[in-house]
Design a binder for this molecule. Structure first.
Ligand code: GCU
Length: 677
C-alpha cells in the first residue's frame, strides 16, 4: 500500500549505522505548510528506514542532523549557500549539502524544500553516502500534472485498479485519507498539479464549480496543498446552460462571459490557489465553441479572462476530431485533425491558455508517431499529454513499462528550429520561450490496495513523475530507483524486475496490432483482440486490411496528405515507403503482405514471427517472476503471479486471433509451418 514510500527498513549493517548517524534530528525553520510537511515526511521516513525517530532540535551533544527551510525563512539555508548558489535554485528547485555536522535541504520555496526532503529519503533508500552531498535540482517542466478520469459515481473512465479514491455514491468522499496518501506519492516524485475529475464532465461534475460541491472540492484542494499540489477541475463547456440556466454557452455572449467570471470568483473564495480549468470541448460529443460557430481560441480565451484576475490558467485539450466518420471516406484522416484544427489559431490564445496535446496523433496506442502539433505552434503554450493508465497497453493485466515509450516521444526531433528541436523542449517551453509548459498524464490508480492493480504498474506512475521533473533521466535508472524503494536492495530482484520492465513494451507490441497500425481491440473496452472491431465503425481508426495488403496511406502522393504536417526531413522520411521506419510502416503506408521490411522479412512473415515470439516472451515473464518467489513479499508476489498467468494466456489468444486473421486474408502460409488455426 505504501508503494515506493514504504521506506523499507535498511538492512542491519554499516550503511544503516551511517544513515542513522546523519539523521539524529530534523530541524525545520519556517512555518510554511510544505516545510511542515517536509518535516513530518522526513521524521516518518527516517524512523522507518533507520528504526530511530529523529529529534526536532539541534542535538546538544554534537551529533549530526538535518536542517531544512527556505532561503527566506531559514538561517541554515541562508548561511550554507552563497547568494549566487541561491540564485541558481528555481522556484520549485532545491539544494542539498552536507555542511559540517548537518545536511541542509534548502529551497527558494517551501515546495522546493518538500521535494528536497523526498529526494534525501530516496538517496537513503538507495544506499547513497551522506558524507559529502552537494546537489542542485531544478524541475525541467513547470507544469507536472496528473489528470484523474474519475466520475462522481465512483467509477473511473479507463480505470483498471478498482474504484475512485475521490468519489462514491454521487459525492466527494468525506474520508480523505487515501487522497492524502496519493498526494504524498505524487509529491514524492515532484508532481505539482492535479485535475480531480474526468475530462468528460457529466451532470453532477458539471456542478463542481458551484456552491453545492465547492466546500468539498476545497477540502480536497487543502489535502493536496499540503503537498504542494494545485487542484484543477475539468469543466463542461455547456455549464452556463446546464447549471447556470442561460440559454447559450456562446463564448462571445456577454452573459456567458459574466457567468464564468462569477464562477471563477466564487471558486477562488473557496480555493485561493485554485489551478484552473481543464477542458475537453468539441471532442467525442462533448459541447464546445463549434456549436456557436466560434473557434477554440474564442472558447479558451473567454475562460482565460475569467481566471486571469486570480492567477488561474485554462488547459485546453487538442483531442478534437471527427468521431462520426465513414470507413469509405478516404479523405478524412483522424491523425490530421488536431493539427488542422489548431495550427491556424497559433498566436491567438491568451497567455494563460495552455494547449494539452496527446503524444500521438491518434490515441495512446502502443506505437504511434509523434503528434505533428509539437513544433508547429511557436506562439502558443503547450503541454504534452501521456496516458499512464494502460487503456490500450494491456489494462494493467499485461506488463507494459511505458517510460521507454515516453522517452522516445520526448527525444523526437521536430526540426521546428533546426536540429535539437526535440519534443521535450517544446513541452518544457524553452524551444519557443513560452511562459507555460510541461507534462500532463492520465492517472492509473484506483482504490485497489496496491493502487494500480498490477503491482509493477506502479513503476509507470513513479516514472512519469520522475520524467516530468527531469526528462533526461534514463528508463533503466528510473526503474532501478523504483525497484529498490519498493522491493528493497536485493540484487536478484533488481536485475530480474528491471529486465522484465525494460522488455515489456516490446513484448506487448509484438503480439498486438503490428507495425504501428494500431487498434484491433475489442470495441469500447479496448482489451483483447478483435481485428476488425473498429474497421467499419465511425471512429476513424482503420487498418484497411484486405486480401492484397494492409495499412493506411497517409502520404501526400496518394493518401491523406498527413505526412506534410511534419517539418524538415520528417516529412520526407514518412512520405517515403523506403525510409519510413519499420515499426511505423503501416501507420503511413498501405503495402502488400509481400512487401519486404528493412529487417529483410515480408510484412506477413513479420506478423507471424512476432506474434509467435511475443507469446513466448510473455510466457518468459511468468517464469522470470516465478523465480523471485521468496524474495518478494508473498501477497505482492501472488498478485503479480496471477497477472502474469493472465498475460501469458491472453498473449497466446492475441497470437492466434491475429495469425488466423492474416492467414485467411492473405492466403500466405507461415514459412516455418507453425500452427495457425
Ligand atoms: C480515449 C478514451 C476515452 C477518453 C478520450 C479522451 O478516446 O477511450 O475514454 O475520454 O480518450 O482522451 O478524451
Amino acid at each position: 500500500y505504501g508503494a515506493w514510500l514504504n521506506h523499507l527498513p535498511l538492512a542491519e549493517g554499516a550503511y544503516r549505522e551511517h544513515a542513522a548517524s546523519w539523521t539524529k534530528a530534523v530541524v525545520a525553520e519556517g512555518t510554511e505548510l510544505c516545510v511542515l510537511t517536509a518535516l513530518s515526511e522526513l521524521e516518518d521516513g527516517i524512523a522507518k528506514l533507520t528504526g530511530k525517530r529523529p529529534e526536532k532540535d539541534i542535538p546538544q551533544n554534537g551529533s549530526r542532523y538535518i536542517a531544512i527551510g527556505t532561503f527566506a525563512g531559514s538561517a541554515a539555508a541562508k548561511e550554507t549557500f552563497s547568494r549566487e548558489e541561491q540564485a541558481e535554485v528555481a522556484a520549485e528547485g532545491f539544494r542539498i549539502r552536507t555542511s559540517g555536522r548537518s545536511i541542509v535541504i534548502a529551497g527558494a520555496s517551501a515546495q522546493g524544500v518538500l521535494y528536497g526532503a523526498f529526494h534525501l529519503l530516496r538517496l537513503i533508500s538507495s544506499g547513497a553516502s551522506l558524507d559529502e552531498l552537494n546537489l542542485l535540482e531544478n524541475p525541467v517542466n513547470g507544469i507536472r500534472m496528473i489528470n484523474q478520469w474519475d466520475n462522481i459515481d465512483g467509477s473511473i473512465e479507463r480505470g483498471y485498479a478498482g474504484n475512485s479514491i475521490f468519489y462514491a455514491n454521487d459525492d466527494i468522499v468525506d474520508d480523505l485519507t487515501r487522497v492524502r496518501d496519493y498526494a504524498r506519492m505524487l509529491a514524492s516524485v515532484g508532481l505539482n498539479a492535479i485535475s480531480i475529475n474526468n475530462v468528460n464532465a457529466h451532470r453532477y461534475e458539471t456542478m463542481f464549480i458551484t456552491e453545492r460541491f465547492l466546500p468539498k472540492v476545497a477540502r480536497v484542494a487543502e489535502t493536496f496543498r499540503k503537498y504542494g499540489i494545485k487542484t484543477f477541475l475539468s469543466i463542461n463547456f455547456a455549464a452556463p446552460i446546464e447549471v447556470g440556466g442561460l440559454e447559450t454557452a456562446d463564448p462571445l455572449e456577454a452573459s456567458v462571459q459574466e457567468w464564468w467570471k462569477e464562477r471563477a470568483a466564487e471558486i477562488y473564495r473557496y480555493i485561493p490557489d485554485f489551478g484552473g480549468f481543464l477542458v475537453k470541448a468539441d471532442s467525442e460529443n462533448r459541447p464546445g465553441p463549434f456549436t456557436y460557430d466560434r473557434d477554440h481560441a474564442d472558447g479558451a480565451n473567454m475562460l482565460a479572462d475569467a481566471l486571469r484576475p486570480f492567477g488561474g490558467v485554462v488547459i485546453w485539450r487538442c483531442f478534437v476530431y471527427n468521431c462520426k466518420q465513414d470507413w469509405r471516406d478516404r479523405k478524412t484522416d483522424r491523425a490530421r485533425a488536431a493539427y488542422d484544427h489548431f495550427t491556424p489559431l497559433d498566436g491567438r490564445f491568451k497567455d494563460n491558455v495552455i494547449l494539452q496535446v496527446k503524444n500521438g496523433p491518434m490515441d495512446f496506442q502502443v506505437r504511434e508517431p509523434l503528434s505533428p502539433l509539437f513544433g508547429a505552434m511557436p506562439n502558443t503554450n503547450m503541454t504534452i499529454e501521456f496516458q499512464i493508465t494502460q487503456e490500450y497497453t494491456g489494462q494493467q493485466r499485461h506488463l507494459c513499462y511505458l517510460v521507454p515509450q515516453w522517452k522516445e516521444a520526448l527525444e523526437f526531433e521536430t526540426y521546428a528550429r533546426g536540429e535539437g528541436s526535440t519534443v521535450k523542449r517544446v513541452a518544457d517551453g524553452t524551444l519557443f520561450g513560452r511562459s507555460y509548459g510541461g507534462f500532463a498524464a492520465v492517472s492509473n490508480i484506483g482504490d485497489d490496495a496496491n493502487w494500480t492493480g498490477h503491482p509493477l504498474a506502479q513503476a509507470n506512475l513513479y516514472g512519469y513523475g520522475r520524467l516530468a521533473w527531469n526528462p533526461d533521466l534514463t528508463s533503466e535508472g528510473i526503474a532501478a530507483e523504483w525497484i529498490t524503494q519498493t522491493f528493497g536492495s536485493n540484487e536478484q530482484v533488481l536485475e530480474t524486475v528491471s529486465g522484465m520492465l525494460m522488455e515489456s513494451w516490446s513484448i506487448y507490441e509484438s503480439y498486438t496490432a503490428p507495425l504501428g497500425v494500431g487498434w484491433m481491440v475489442t470495441p469500447h473496452y479496448h482489451y483483447g483482440p478483435d481485428v476488425d472491431g473498429y474497421e467499419y465503425s465511425k471512429w476513424g481508426t482503420y487498418h484497411f486490411a484486405d486480401l492484397h495488403g494492409i495499412g493506411v496511406d497517409r502520404t501526400v502522393k496518394s493518401g491523406t496528405g498527413y505526412t506534410a504536417q511534419y517539418q524538415g526531413s520528417n516529412a520526407e522520411v514518412y512520405e517515403s515507403l523506403e525510409r519510413t521506419p519499420d515499426e511505423l510502416l503501416l501507420f503511413f503506408h498501405h503495402v502488400p503482405y509481400t512487401h519486404v521490411l528493412k529487417s529483410g522479412k515480408t510484412v506477413i512473415q513479420h506478423i507471424y514471427d512476432t506474434r509467435f515470439e511475443g507469446a513466448e516472451r510473455a510466457a518468459g515473464l511468468t517464469a522470470k517472476w516465478n523465480s523471485l518467489e521468496g524474495l518478494i513479499e508473498p501477497s505482492i508476489f501472488e498478485e503479480g503471479k496471477q497477472r502474469f498467468l493472465i498475460q501469458e494466456e491472453h498473449a497466446q489468444h492475441w497470437r492466434d486471433v491475429l495469425n488466423t486473421y492474416f492467414f485467411r486474408k492473405s492466403g500466405l502460409p507461415d514459412a516455418l509451418g507453425r500452427t495457425i488455426y
